[in-house]
Design a protein around this ligand. Structure first.
Ligand code: FAD
Length: 394
């Protein structure tokens, strides 16, 4: 592993920074700490597409640039520094495209990949995995897809579906073998599903920050053509485990609240040792320096995971430990910032005295979700123990 970026990588980073600065200066978007990434904004995604910045790791035959995951991480890191609105294409780029290239049919690749890479209409995806009784234990999904001729009939319920209310397509895991004696690991399949299909009801869930980010999604006799089955029937669980590594491996697990860190550092730089109290000031410096150490460890873990992928290896345990570490760092950042800023930390945006224009209050409310979404820390530790350390299951 190289611990320095090449000249070409540094040039690429600068090119992205210049583009984002000009967009920020033009007022195309504003920095928002709340969601995992900024957006969605299809126009902005189109601009990224024109630059070739969607699907940059995809092979050239699918319209991609065939670049490395390290370069992709540079791109996403720069976007997250300012929370650029990349939400329209983010899931499709990160997960759907690579899964289609690995498991999709020729028709699926020809139809979806060129559209995703150009951020065309109808290409925002949501992920329909979790159910009320199947989260960490995804093999327990009970949403059924029953084959009838050339179609599957879907019945069941999903929950916590981020962007389900704005997505055009869902990427879904459903049970295709309805024999309850067969373990879920061997009974589920993956589908793409048009979210406008008759029989789909999307109900909002408002989170504790007051935002409509995720949803409940109900399926009542929803009919989908068999051409939307991805990969092998009943082989979906195996496929999804490989995809989860990519969901967990990204630097978005370190940088959801990154703009808060920048604001905190700027605040501390402006503190006055004499006015703010010598002991308190010393403690604040110590805490912020510790955060800087932890942020840099997290960043190196992220880049190391990308490097592991570039070596053609499965990042499973590495992705799990990176996400477990990084999301806990993000929560510590909220915690330390709260201790430094005191009671004004709790004041929401728009109210006088709100710390960092309410960004700290927002981060505190979004904070508990960091260590849950994409797999909880406890479950990730199980993966590290099993697949990383080779410890026995029991
Ligand atoms: C902001 C946010 C966005 C999300 N977006 C999506 C989305 O777009 N699509 C989607 O499908 N899902 C989404 N999810 C759901 C997410 O994937 C689940 O919340 C997560 O997998 C945990 O599942 P659960 O909520 O059912 O909790 P459970 O699995 O019920 O877990 C509850 C608690 O038990 C612990 N636990 C469970 N099993 C074990 C074990 N074996 N060993 C030790 N501890 C264990 C967990 O760590 C957790 O603390 C989102 C969640 C959040 C918070």
């Amino acid at each position: 592993m190289r611990f320095v970026f090449t000249d070409e990588q540094n040039k690429f980073r600068q090119e992205i920074r210049d583009f984002l600065k000009s967009e920020l200066d033009a007022g195309t978007f504003s920095v928002d700490v709340s969601g995992l990434v900024g957006g969605p904004d299809q126009e902005f995604s189109r601009k990224m597409a024109e630059k070739g910045w969607i699907g940059i790791t995809w092979p050239k035959k699918y319209g991609g640039q065939g670049r490395t995951y390290v370069e992709k991480m540079i791109l996403i890191e720069e976007c997250l520094r300012v929370k650029a609105p990349i939400g329209y294409h983010f899931s499709a780029d990160r997960q759907v495209g690579p899964a289609l290239m690995a498991f999709g049919s020729d028709w699926q690749k020809d139809f979806f990949l060129p559209k995703i890479i150009k951020a065309e209409d109808g290409m925002q995806f949501c992920l329909l995995f979790s159910e009320p009784n199947a989260g960490s234990d995804l093999a327990a999904v009970t949403t059924k897809a029953v084959k009838e001729g050339d179609y599957y009939i879907i019945n069941g319920q999903k929950v916590w579906t981020s962007a389900g209310h704005v997505a055009d397509f869902g990427w879904m895991l459903a049970r295709t073998n309805t024999d309850s004696s067969v373990r879920g690991h061997l009974a589920c399949s993956e589908f793409m599903i048009d979210m406008k299909s008759p029989g789909i009801t999307v109900r909002p869930i408002i989170n504790i920050a007051g935002a409509h980010s995720f949803n409940e999604v109900f399926f009542d006799d929803v009919k989908i053509h068999k051409k939307y089955l991805v990969g092998e029937e009943n082989g979906g669980f195996k496929q999804i485990m490989a995809q989860m590594d990519y969901e967990r491996a990204g630097i978005e697990r370190l940088m959801q609240n990154y703009p808060l860190f920048e604001q905190l550092k700027n605040h501390v730089k402006e503190m006055d040792k004499d006015k703010d109290g010598g002991y308190f000031y010393a403690w604040v410096r110590d805490q912020v320096a510790q955060l800087e150490i932890e942020y840099n460890i997290g960043r190196l873990l992220c880049y190391n995971t990308a490097w592991v992928v570039d070596q053609g290896q499965k990042p499973s345990s590495q992705a799990a430990l990176t996400k477990a570490y990084c999301t806990q760092y993000e929560q510590r950042l909220n915690d330390v910032a709260t201790k430094i800023m005191g009671p004004v930390s709790q004041i929401k945006q728009g109210a006088p005295w709100a710390a960092f224009d309410g960004d700290l209050a927002a981060c505190n409310l979004w904070g508990p979700s960091y260590t849950l979404q994409g797999g909880s820390v406890e479950v990730l530790k199980n993966i590290i123990a099993l697949r990383g350390l080779g410890l026995p299951r029991k």
